[in-house]
Design a protein around this ligand. Structure first.
Ligand code: SF4
Length: 403
């Protein structure tokens, strides 16, 4: 039985409504395909944690954070990501454009499922090979800028612990779904957000400035594409302030990242080109910006940002490698919605952390911070339950964990 069916505002008049919500930069909604099953509401922890219930079909005024969890669950295709495949293909066919693509850590773990490989199979080298075969001029790794994010966030938390304790706990800021949620519902605690951009948005300006200069390419001729496990990244790259390269280069038309494709869209693009991913020879990322560490790679799962940041904090403060326990920090691993841990960092003291995934849990943690009952100095937030590995742009075979 459908508890939402026949709500008084939308009594099953699906066909009469506007078919596509054109304002959302991440999500497409076709009400003509909606069967009012309510799956999208069941999974939307944003809407349900705020309203408790909601009417169907989803209305345009929903405070959408663009995480795309609804696209994983809609059984009829009424809700999908907004595709940018056409724009990317057009750029690839334009001989005047240099099309460069960055790939996020979680995509190399998810993509194989679209080609029949076992869940969790790492296809990093095959993904690079496929992108080269499709015609991208260079393939670089978002892990590179995940490492930059870690360095920045760890430096910032060290500064706050020592000089600005009123801004503790520090919140991670690399998940655009979480940042949007905080903007909607946490305006009173926004100063806790780290000032760091996400890895995608750190690599974007580097490509249009540092890379362009190094390779002697005019930034205007570069089309910068991201492959992400995430629909919110489409929204993020369109945020007006994400034009650092344009500001540096004095041209407001230059965007830091031009287009984002989800893991699912990349799979479609590979299939459109009649490429069998499974038979490709592994290929290395290009240099420069193709290098990365293991710390950057674990960004793709819940707890990864925290583990990497605390290791880096340890190194920044002590100039020594962190102890073994922080190199495999089991306390922040696993799919529980909220995890707590602490680490002793000489010179800083005991650093207490929390790792939170899923917006229902984020709301609980936010209340504890408002009530001053939160003992932590650093909190990692990810909108998607389980983190980006179960992101809204991943294959629909990867069902998010239930917690
Ligand atoms: Fe995107 Fe990851 Fe945040 Fe989900 S958890 S909205 S996939 S950045």
């Amino acid at each position: 039985p459908n508890q939402y069916e026949g709500s008084k505002n939308y009594p099953i008049k699906v066909k009469g409504r506007i078919a596509i919500d054109s304002k959302n930069p991440s999500i497409m909604r076709d009400d003509a395909k909606c069967i009012l099953c309510g799956q999208c509401l069941e999974v939307c922890q944003n809407v349900m944690s705020v309203y408790g219930s909601y009417e169907l079909p989803i209305k345009d005024d929903t405070p959408c954070v663009h995480c795309g969890q609804c696209t994983l669950w809609c059984p009829t295709g009424a809700i999908t990501e907004k595709s940018n495949i056409n724009e990317v293909v057009k750029a690839l066919n334009d001989p005047t454009k240099f099309v460069i693509v960055q790939t996020a850590p979680a995509t190399r773990v998810g993509l194989g499922e679209e080609f029949g490989l076992e869940a969790g199979t790492i296809v990093e080298g095959k993904q690079v090979a496929a992108l080269k075969k499709i015609g991208f001029d260079a393939v670089v790794d978002t892990t590179y800028s995940a490492d930059l994010t870690i360095m920045e966030e760890a430096s910032e938390v060290a500064h706050r612990v020592l000089k600005e304790p009123n801004k503790l706990p520090q919140f991670t800021s690399c998940c655009p779904g979480w940042v949007k949620f905080c903007e909607y519902f946490g305006s009173d605690i926004m100063e806790h957000l780290s000032s760091c951009k996400s890895p995608q948005q750190m690599l974007g300006p580097l490509i249009k400035t540092y890379y362009a200069k190094h390779k002697n390419i005019h930034p205007k001729d570069i089309v910068s594409v991201s492959i992400m496990p995430c629909t919110a990244k489409k929204y993020e790259c369109n945020r007006p302030e994400m034009n650092a390269a344009g500001i540096m280069l004095g041209d407001k038309n230059i965007r830091d990242v031009d287009y984002v494709l989800t893991t699912r869209e990349l799979a479609r693009l590979i299939k459109m080109n009649n490429i069998d991913l499974t038979t490709l020879e592994d290929t290395e990322y290009d240099s420069i910006l193709g290098e990365g560490t293991g710390a950057g790679k674990i960004f793709g799962t819940t707890g990864g940002v925290m583990e990497a940041a605390v290791r880096t904090l340890y190194w920044l403060v002590t100039k020594q490698d962190p102890p073994e326990v922080l190199l495999d920090w089991q306390a922040v691993r696993g799919l529980a919605g909220v995890k707590e841990a602490s680490a002793n960092v000489p010179g800083v003291g005991e650093v207490k952390v929390a790792v939170c995934s899923g917006l229902k849990n984020a709301r609980i943690i936010m209340e504890r911070i408002r009530n001053h009952t939160a003992p932590w100095q650093f909190v990692e937030f990810m909108a998607c339950p389980g983190g980006c590995i179960a992101g809204g742009g991943q294959p629909r075979t990867s069902l998010p964990p239930s917690d």
